[in-house]
Design a binder for this molecule. Structure first.
Ligand code: NAP
Length: 255
């Protein structure tokens, strides 16, 4: 098993990519903590891990609040006994026209996606020092590295672009301490994140179908496609990788 007895904290572990990652990590022997705002979703992940014979905990918290990022890390350490791996996966998406962006929405997206990732890392790092090293895996987006014409995603894109640069600077700062920091940029992955797109829920499957053709490989991603790459960066299989930015996008950025 690739993560035997490692302790991993996954933000947004109640749904989508975070949930798939939690289930995979537990299968690979990790003790898993999942964090997010909706307790019922987190409990579902924990129940599934436990039913499969794994160890898991959940911490309810909002990563857009700095004091709660500290609480999430502290509770994880006290429940699990330390921290080796942080997956900064929690995030929100919203398409907003530039002329309609207001300060509240700008702050909400930036506070969750970028500030949350920054302060989760800040509080996790001292715990990794104590363990003699660790791995941080950040989830950015294709939109964090590539502009898209006629897109309404500038705030999201800025938040995700910030995660790419945060990955690089943290990787350099933390290399002497054997803490590796890497980042994955997915294109469209079929999860509930698109329920906040601003289109009626019944239209989402139609939109998903349309997006398939954006990917040269001919399909959208599945949460597990991303979870396997997160596992790679979390485990010793990637012991020489730090500051890496992985385009995981069915070929979108190859064009
Ligand atoms: N799906 C895609 O096409 C795609 C593409 C590129 C990148 N990504 C990125 O992948 C990551 C995972 O998204 P997903 O696709 O798996 O969507 P998802 O199922 O909606 O997952 C997002 C998770 O983040 C959590 N979250 C949101 N705001 C939070 C907050 N303030 N504090 C704590 N947790 C919070 C949510 O839980 P609560 O609501 O319960 O807090 C949810 O579990 C995100 O960072 C997203 O930007 C997704």
């Amino acid at each position: 098993m690739k993560l035997q007895d490692k302790i991993a904290l996954i933000t947004g572990g109640g749904t989508g990519i975070g949930k798939a990652t939690a289930l995979l990590f537990a299968k690979e022997g990790a003790i898993v903590a999942v964090a997010g705002r909706r307790e019922n979703k987190l409990r579902e992940t924990v129940d599934t891990v436990q039913k499969n014979g794994g160890k898991a905990y959940y911490v309810v918290g909002d990563i857009s609040k700095v004091c709660e990022t500290e609480k999430i890390v502290k509770e994880t350490v006290s429940n699990c006994g330390g921290l080796d791996i942080l997956v900064n996966n929690a995030g929100v998406f919203k398409g907003i026209k530039k002329t309609e962006t207001n300060e509240e929405e700008y702050d909400r997206i930036m506070d969750i996606n970028l500030k949350g990732t920054y302060f989760m890392s800040k509080h996790a790092i001292p715990e990794m020092y104590k363990r003699g090293g660790g791995s941080i895996v950040n989830i950015s987006s294709t939109l964090g590295i590539k502009g898209i014409r006629q897109s309404t995603t500038s705030v999201y894109a800025v938040s995700k672009g910030g995660i790419v640069m945060l990955t690089k600077t943290l990787a350099l700062e933390l290399s002497p301490y054997k803490i590796r920091v890497n980042c994955i940029c997915p294109a469209v992955v079929e999860t509930e994140i698109f329920e906040t797109l601003g289109i009626p829920n019944e239209k989402i499957p139609e939109r998903m179908k349309m997006w398939e053709s954006f990917h040269p490989i001919g399909r959208n991603g599945k949460p597990e496609d991303i979870a396997y790459a997160i596992l790679y960066f979390a485990s010793d299989d990637s012991s020489w990788a730090t500051g890496s930015i992985l385009n995981l996008d069915g070929g979108v950025t190859a064009e």
